[in-house]
Design a protein around this ligand. Structure first.
Ligand code: NAD
Length: 500
């Protein structure tokens, strides 16, 4: 007897209601560790759906911007409480759609909780400045003002945390939101929208439209009624977003690719550095924007470090992230796996030394997923493509260096600038590194990953365009300064003229 049950179709959330796409089409969201498992169907939105969501957000903005920020904060606070209650359920769903191990998806949901509480707290703290005027009987101050509809386009590797980094500062600042989540991981973003809806967010203030980049992301970035666009994803797509924003000078925040590095000096605590390289390089299957895909090691300890690093990485257990025995999950999809395999060939052809891994895993427990063995290349030169380009998978390039100065030069010698780390017990070197590494984030004696929500997050060069996420920096992006002068002298007072 047939027992098949139709898969659940997740709809768009527009103006407070879950609605079909005008396209009438839906696409499959499958588990990358087991492609037989259908996580759900998600609607394929078109520009008409995006327009409907933007219209709803534009209308809702008229009232939402006037809601006192502490009241907006109460809704965020309730949403955070709901996330706490559902953390385990949402983490498991995230592992099913994204593949990373449960400990990490719990971390992703926790980051959304932290960010939501943090931004709820900011509701009573949206401080401006009050300052003396240069003229008598005149008052001067600055206040933050909201901007309008914020379009958000997000990647699959942190499918709840990243949408929360964008939505909660936008909302507390009085803006409304249209979110286009990554096509590979829409469910986790839906869960975030669901808790906001349950927490009492008014209709139209938060909207979500699923679909692919060209079909749903591009019309959102280009919409005339969207003055703010916040994007996280690849540098190539970020460039398109910047172009879409340029004609009308939209506020545009871009968080893009990385080629992060751990520098291990000759005086480093080697056990600690190896721990950091394993976690930084292979956590989240190397699919973190902050992943340590390069490790530069001082020549005097190079062989010892590499031998310990390779031993540890050979022991990593690759599998389904819901299995507590698993250390590392699959690549997100077939295309990403292919990219990884292509880079392995590139590395071999460039003359790098393959120390472990280098192959797809596709039998036994790996038969139905997009698995790749954790891979280390040794004896890399800093200019090799595997040491310059973002791979976004479980591949680490180890580069021998002669000195601290060379370590800094290698670290800075890539087109990206997100995160860098140094392992040393020399306090002078540690401080010099924090000064000279030209990245948005620097760690000392810790790997390149591990951002906290109350500090700015983002990168330099082709990683970002000067904005930062999280912390107060996010509120700076999602609000505008308005400077207010109140003259109570009852006469014309000319600044720079009448007081000189
Ligand atoms: P991606 O650029 O392929 O996609 C990101 C988002 O953009 C998705 O929602 C996608 O649908 C959308 N998109 C694609 N084409 C579009 C178009 N033409 N117009 C509008 N939207 C479009 O990136 P990805 O593969 O999802 O994520 C991996 C990348 O994200 C890596 O490069 C990684 O470094 C980067 N990333 C950066 C950060 C950071 O904070 N710097 C954080 C996480 C991920």
């Amino acid at each position: 007897m047939a027992t098949s049950v139709a898969p659940r179709v997740f709809k768009n959330f527009i103006n407070g209601e879950w609605v079909e796409s005008r396209s009438g089409k839906a696409y499959e969201n499958r588990n990358p560790a087991n492609t037989d498992e259908l996580v759900g169907m998600f609607v394929s939105s078109t520009s008409e759906d995006v327009d409907a969501a933007v219209d709803a957000a534009k209308e809702a903005y008229k009232k939402w911007r006037l809601v006192p920020a502490p009241k907006r904060a109460e809704i965020l606070f309730r949403a955070a409480e709901l996330l706490v209650q559902r953390k385990e359920e949402y983490s498991k769903d995230m592992t099913r759609e994204m593949g990373k191990v449960l400990a990490e998806t719990r971390g992703d949901v926790q980051e959304a909780i932290d960010m939501t509480y943090y931004m709820a707290g900011e509701g009573r703290r949206l401080f401006g400045q009050t300052t003396p005027s240069e003229l008598p009987n005149k008052f001067a101050m600055s206040v933050r003002q909201s901007i309008g509809v914020c379009g958000m386009i997000t990647p699959w590797n942190f499918p709840m945390a990243i949408p929360s980094w964008k939505m909660t500062p936008a909302l507390i600042s009085g803006n409304t939101v249209v979110l286009k989540p990554a096509e590979d991981t829409p469910l986790s973003s839906y869960h975030l929208v669901q808790v906001l809806a349950e927490a009492g967010i008014p209709p139209g203030v938060v909207n979500i439209v699923s679909g692919d980049g060209p079909g749903a992301g591009a019309p959102l970035a280009a919409s005339e009624d969207v003055p703010v666009v916040s994007f996280t994803g690849s540098t190539a797509v970020g460039r398109l977003i910047a172009q879409a924003c340029a004609p009308t000078f939209k506020h545009c925040s871009l968080e893009m690719g990385g080629k992060n590095i751990i520098v291990v000096m000759d005086d480093a605590n080697l056990d600690l550095a190896v721990d950091g390289a394993v976690w930084g390089g292979f956590g989240t299957t190397g699919q973190r924007c902050t992943a340590a895909s390069r490790v530069a090691v001082h020549k005097s300890i190079y062989h010892e470090f590499v031998s310990r690093f390779v031993d540890r990485v050979k022991a990593l257990r690759v599998g389904n992230g819901l299995d507590s025995a698993t250390d590392m999950g699959p690549c997100i999809n077939e295309q990403q796996l292919k990219t990884v395999m292509d880079y392995v060939e590139i590395g071999k052809n460039e003359g790098a030394k393959l120390l472990t891994g280098g192959n797809r895993l596709d039998s036994g427990i790996h038969l139905k997923g997009w698995f790749h063995a954790p891979t280390i290349f040794g004896d890399c030169s800093p200019q090799m493509r595997i040491a310059q380009e973002e791979i976004f998978g479980p591949v680490v390039s180890v580069i021998p260096i002669d000195s601290f100065e060379q370590g800094i030069e290698v670290a800075n010698g890539v087109p990206y600038g997100l995160s860098a780390s140094i392992y040393t017990r020399n306090v002078n070197q540690a401080f010099a590194a924090t000064r000279d590494l030209y990245t948005g984030i620097v760690y000392v004696n810790a790997p390149t990953i591990g951002a906290e929500t109350h500090l700015p997050f983002g990168g330099t060069k082709q990683t970002g365009n000067g904005h930062r996420e999280a912390a107060i920096a996010a509120i700076d992006f999602f609000s505008e300064w308005k400077t207010i002068y109140i003259d109570y002298s009852d006469k014309l007072q000319r600044a720079q003229i009448d007081n000189n």
